[in-house]
Ligand binder design. Sequence first.
Ligand SMILES: [Zn+2]
Length: 407
Amino acid sequence: MEVSEKFVRLCGEVSNFTKAKTGTSFVDAYIGPEHLNPENQAKDKTPEEILHGIKEIIDQVADDIDEPLRVEHLIGECQSMIVTVDWLSGKDISYGDLVQGLFHIPLKRFSKPVIDKKIEDLNEALREFPGSELRERVEHFTQKGEISGAELKHLVETDLQNKAIEVGQMFENNIYSLIGTSVTNNGVEYQTVTDAPWSGYNWYQKGFKSLNQFNIDVTFNKNTLQGVIYHEYEHHVSNCWREKFYQESGNLELAVVPLHTGRCVISEGTADTAKDFLGVVDDDTHIKIADALYSLRRMTSINAAIMLNDEGKTEDEAVEYMFERGYRTEKSAQGSIAFIGPKMTDGRPNFWAPYVFTYFFGRTDFVLPTFNKAVEQDELAKFYKTLYLNPYSGSSVTWNKAYEWLS
Ligand SMILES: [Zn+2]
């Protein structure tokens, strides 16, 4: 069997394994042939058998495939799969080793002075808002823009749906025109859900379309939501290019979009940099404040995740930290525990617990510095070609090598 077909089958087995252990599939999207569909793969393999299969792929890759970037990409994904299976079969792995093993990035926390500086920026952005204390001003700001439930559902299905069409057009005008080629795009459909551990999610569907779901149990801020559209739309775009490459090359491993690998670091990093790609500059003070709050929250969530998973702190302590330092309401801090906490309410391991690192570090340690360099050197066209026309560039394992041409 060809190594890429083996890989797809193994992803299916790992997916069935993670679903049994956590309720969540290791495979985020699948666009390949039906007989290799993850759901049709073995469900009864032991962790040892799965691990054996993955190690066989690693041994075989270099013999079967010539292209170095493709080889490294595949091996990187396999190594993350090994860590996923080890972790969920109960092997004792520290949180730092888990993050490093899955995403190939080090566990980093933010020091007190760094968070202090962010709070200072927020204070500055909210200068004109009523209230003597910063917390009072943040509360005033967030309450004014708060939206959830039926009102959120309406906004998602009308304004956000329209906004997404606009963002799609921006990708065509600003990016595809530079690349000199386009990709089929059957659009993104906006829907709302309840009872999910995440606040929003992009589900890529075979055939160049996506489903964007928003969790209406979560209280969003109207100003932050605009930013979410850029993020989620970029996921759609990058998957469309992946599907195109897959159809043209027939490289089966691209039919699977796995979670918890080096791929996610770049995927979340590019999604969080989409506004920069599109040259969106917000003059609106509300959006600037929402952005300042957003990055403070991302950073304090990372620290809270380390408290919970690495330092053995309690949920109450993590909630208090996010309240105090992230300037969140207790309810919103409590809500994020489902995403960053080590265990689900039923006691099973929380599949999402290590994921919070992908966004911030994907952007600041990989995508943004490379993008900025490309801007400085007037190499944006080549940057986007590398990003969208070569899916093997999209992993924390291969990123730096793929952009070696940028001096
Ligand atoms: Zn995302």
